[in-house]
Design a protein around this ligand. Structure first.
Ligand code: BT5
Length: 275
């Protein structure tokens, strides 16, 4: 993996993102998105926005990196992708909603990204609770939500033109591998941020109530985990096996096991696997 990802060469078939075009398309008076920055390379866009939030970065600040050398996943895991081969970006939200509802934000972002990419790229993207976007059984994208002070930083990594031999893990895929109808990262990012804005506004307007605005119903309709027999790995090598029955009002996964009902938050789940 190291050689490919560390290569200083940028493929000519991987054109750059345009900060100007994205800003023109997405920043309007009254829009959620306020400042959109594209940097060539950084450690982690989530980490950078963590610093920016402590310096009072406003809601709607977006940071996109053409390459990350320390991309973060959940629980200390990593996100790795060659330069310009996908979308790696983060944004700041400061929802005026009860913090108990914040668990919905990563689900909302995943749902919005899945539907925008599905529509534009004409691929069938399903969600795996809490934060994976899958095509079939393979991971196309991941979402990382982190709370910093009163803000939530959401980061998304999405594979666009990553070739099979460049993927860091076997059970992964990219839009090019799936013969997607659109590989234009500017268009994809614009569609994803547009859809996130729409869903987020509805959710805030309902004070984070996932039912009133139809968020829970839409999420459940796109979520491949619900109804499945699953094995959940919890910290300390604990295992839970049961059936995923739904998602509660805080965005937690409901699992029915032989000894009753369990409610799992994204923060405590190491892996969810199909049995
Ligand atoms: C995630 O974590 O899937 C969340 C990934 C979020 C990445 C974005 S990129 C922009 C922003 N800035 C950051 O620093 N992070 C966010 P998790 O569920 O823990 O999955 C991580 C696992 O996905 C790794 O352990 C690998 O197995 C796998 N993985 C890593 N890179 C991948 C890739 N390019 N495609 C598919 N799977 C990958």
């Amino acid at each position: 993996m190291g050689n490919v990802l560390d290569s200083p060469y940028i493929h000519l078939d991987r054109p750059p993102l345009s900060e100007a075009a994205l800003s023109r398309a997405l920043i309007r008076p009254g829009s959620l998105w306020r400042r959109i920055s594209v940097v060539e390379r950084t450690g982690s866009t989530n980490a950078d926005l963590g610093v920016a939030v402590r310096q009072c970065a406003p809601e709607g600040t977006v940071l996109i990196a053409e390459a990350q050398f320390a991309g973060r996943g959940r629980l200390g895991r990593m996100w790795a992708a060659p330069s310009r081969s996908g979308l790696t970006f983060s944004f700041v939200l400061r929802p005026e909603v009860a913090p108990i509802k914040f668990g919905w934000l990563s689900l909302l972002a995943g749902l919005a990204a899945a539907s925008a990419v599905g529509r534009l790229a004409e691929v069938d993207v399903r969600l795996k609770w809490p934060n994976d976007l899958l095509i079939g059984e393979r991971k196309l994208a991941g979402v990382l939500a982190e709370r910093v002070d009163n803000a939530v930083i959401i980061g998304i990594g999405l594979n666009v033109s990553v070739r099979r031999e460049e993927l860091p893990v076997d059970r992964a895929t990219s839009l090019i591998i799936e013969n997607a109808a659109c590989l234009d990262r500017n268009e994809l990012l614009q569609a994803v941020l547009g859809e996130i804005e729409r869903r987020y506004r509805d959710w805030v307007a309902c004070q984070g109530d996932a039912d009133e605005g139809g968020l829970r119903a839409a999420y459940l309709a796109s979520c491949a985990t619900i109804g499945q027999e699953i094995r959940v790995e919890l910290p300390g090598e604990r295992l839970l096996t049961g059936i995923a029955t739904g998602v509660d009002e805080a965005g937690h996964l409901l699992v029915r096991t032989e000894d009753g009902r369990h409610v799992l938050s994204a923060g405590e789940v190491v892996h969810v696997r199909r049995r």
